[in-house]
Design a protein around this ligand. Structure first.
Ligand SMILES: [Zn+2]
Length: 649
């Protein structure tokens, strides 16, 4: 808890979120006692200045039931620019966790994470997300033969990349086009009589492109030549002192505006820098004796290759980086049960994190805020509402009632591979063997015709029979999904640990998934609340059910289950132990359409880590031929996320 941050957050949120009646009146963070629903209703009705400003919106919001208003507000806040797309390790994610913690507390939920040293329990279960290289001490300066030397601004003009080593270099400048050894029709970026030795080699990112900034060599996206691996290796072979990769002007790829390179093992032995188009313009103005612009150099390189010295200036570059561990946290709250069932647990969870600015996992590339309103502000909002309502039900139940304990969880780092939920099941705070049901929400905000897909009803014997009447009396049209792997979300971690589960997600996918267009304006609030009420009904019934559910092994890897999807990708375990390699892609297959190329390595499938062919086959067995599945591959040293469309909706 950081009180100062909470204060400023409460103030700023009021400004940003003026249309929201309740938020304008209810500080997000205060120690004031929880208002009753009647008080809140009075507050909303009283908000006359807002009513005057936006009479129409106000009356619509006010006409909604209070829990729907609250659901709406949770989603608006969590998907606001304030939260920065909720990337683990960022201030935005910190705000999101504070927000969820605040609302759990307000509902009367206790901190769910006991301390090991006797200090009070907290709502945060921390874990390491692994190392990330962060640049430090970067300096790049250009010394023209005529005129004054100048420096470039680190992280804005230029940034060291993890694709190379740290270090420093000083030398003449040379230009090597796209750094491509051998392209179609004899294309090469290297002039035979030109040496790069000891020089600072400048090259363009990607590959020759047309006037629209699209590849000349590939119908869709870039060809394998565009990757870093090939060009950096081809340049490094010629022994430069450092390599600078310039973002080419006019490229139809959002990465061309970013200095970040994803993935990150060093693939060459010299420092590698990324440079913005703007900075390259300044460098060229000083260094190119022919006074060409960056665009003119690009157009020359588009036509054919030639490398040459930029003799008008020398450069000196230096940089180091440090390994920074990203710390992520799951938010966990506890509603204590009582009587004979108190030592059994129900987990109600949903992931709180999303993609930040789309640096990974995005369908449109980085550079824009990915608000994640449906994915998964909607599910997290549902968890907060259920916490509030169940706490009231527990308080109102007879003192001698037998009620299970309930854990409310906002998982972190789901998008990067179910890291938060996996950490929980590997480091459980309450016995996994007594965790009798995990209920996961991931995307409930954009249902079509109230259609909610529910997976896992067959993960315990008798569960479907028990749940069916509850499904039937609910307001959603429940679409039972018998494939156990569908969705690739946090329930998969609990399933792997042998916990019966129910997973709710919109039954019909939308094209805004994992894009900057997943915004709160498009949320179907009333429909989403139907899913929330259904989950709450199930949880309340389960809280009192005398018998527990026992996990049904059938939902394990399901050996012998037929694979029902044909993805058109042949794979083999790479001989060098580097993982699962794509050995062939069938033309016009799902994989072909998604952009999978021969030679790619599959590292994740449906958010599950893939190391061997068997891993992939197990995941394929769990799928039904509908919806989409996310595949993370590495190509030429860079990680890429692709989406396989399994069927038409
Ligand atoms: Zn999600």
């Amino acid at each position: 808890m950081k009180p100062s941050m909470h204060t400023s957050f409460a103030l700023a949120s009021c400004c940003i979120l003026a249309p929201s009646a309740l938020l304008a009146q209810t500080p997000l963070f205060s120690d004031a006692p929880a208002a009753t629903k009647a008080q809140e209703s009075a507050v909303a009705a009283d908000n006359s200045s807002l009513a005057q400003a936006t009479p129409h919106l106000h009356s619509i919001i006010q006409a909604l039931p209070l829990d729907t208003q609250r659901f709406n507000e949770h989603i608006i806040v969590l998907s606001s620019p304030w939260m920065g797309g909720r990337l683990p390790g960022t201030p935005g994610m910190e705000f999101a966790m504070d927000y969820m913690e605040y609302w759990l507390k307000r509902a009367g939920i206790e901190p769910g994470v006991p301390s090991s040293d006797g200090s009070p329990a907290t709502f945060r279960q921390a874990f390491d997300l692994g190392g990330r290289r962060v640049a430090k001490d970067q300096s790049v300066s250009i010394t023209p033969t005529a005129g004054a030397a100048f420096s470039l601004v680190p992280n804005q003009d230029v940034q060291i990349s993890g694709l190379g080593k740290e270090g420093s270099a000083e030398g003449a400048l040379a230009f090597v086009g796209y750094g491509i050894e051998e392209g179609p029709e004899g294309y090469t970026s290297f002039s035979a009589d030109h040496s790069l030795e000891g020089k600072i080699a400048l090259c363009f990112r990607f590959e020759p492109m047309n006037t629209e900034g699209k590849s000349l060599w590939s119908g869709e996206g870039w060809s394998a030549q565009a990757g870093f691996q090939g060009k950096l290796a081809a340049i490094a072979k010629r022994k430069p002192a450092a390599i600078v990769v310039i973002n080419p002007p006019g490229a139809a790829d959002p990465r061309a505006t970013s200095l970040n390179t994803s993935g990150g093992r060093a693939i060459v032995d010299v420092p590698v820098f990324m440079m913005s188009t703007d900075a390259a313009e300044r460098v060229l103005a000083a260094a190119d004796s022919k006074s060409r612009s960056v665009m003119e150099l690009r157009q020359e390189a588009d036509k054919g290759g030639a490398s040459f010295d930029l003799a008008g200036a020398t450069a000196s570059v230096a940089a180091s980086y440090e390994e920074k561990k990203t710390r992520a946290e799951n938010v966990i709250g506890l509603l204590k049960g009582r009587g004979t069932l108190a030592s059994e647990y129900i987990v109600i969870g949903g992931h709180l994190d999303h993609l930040g600015n789309g640096d990974f996992g995005s369908r449109e590339g980085p550079g824009r805020l990915h608000p994640g309103a449906d994915d998964n502000a909607s599910g997290a909002a549902g968890v907060m509402i259920i916490a509030d309502d169940l706490a009231q039900k527990y308080a109102a139940a007879p003192t001698d009632a037998n009620l299970r304990s309930v854990l409310f969880m906002g998982f972190s780092a789901e998008e990067s591979g179910l890291n938060g939920s996996r950490h929980y099941v590997e480091h459980p705070l309450y016995p996994i063997k007594d965790t009798v049901l995990m209920m996961n929400f991931d995307m409930i905000g954009r249902m079509t015709k109230d259609r909610l897909s529910v997976t896992g009803a067959n993960s315990a014997k008798g569960m479907l029979e028990w749940a069916k009447p509850i499904f039937d009396r609910g307001e959603c049209t429940v679409v039972i999904n018998e494939a156990m792997g569908s969705g690739g979300s946090d329930h998969a971690s609990f399933r792997a640990a042998g916990v019966p589960f129910l997973f709710g997600i919109i039954a019909d996918f939308h094209a805004d998934y994992h894009t900057s267009r997943d915004v709160s304006e498009l949320i179907e609030r009333e429909s989403g609340m139907k899913a929330v009420r259904l989950w709450e009904d199930l949880a309340w019934e389960m809280a009192q059910r005398p018998e527990r559910f026992v996990f049904d092994d059938q939902s394990g890897p399901m050996r012998g289950t037929q694979i029902r999807v044909r993805i058109g990708m042949r794979t083999r375990d790479a001989e060098d132990g580097s993982g699962l390699e794509v050995s062939d892609v069938t033309k016009d297959s799902i994989s072909d359409k998604a952009g999978v190329l021969k030679g790619d390595h599959v590292v994740k499938f449906n958010k599950i880590s893939i190391k061997t062919r068997e891993d992939l086959v197990n995941e394929l067995r769990k799928l039904e031929p509908k919806g989409e599945v996310q595949v993370v591959i590495t190509r030429a040293g860079e990680e890429k996320t692709l989406f396989l469309k399994l069927g038409d909706e």
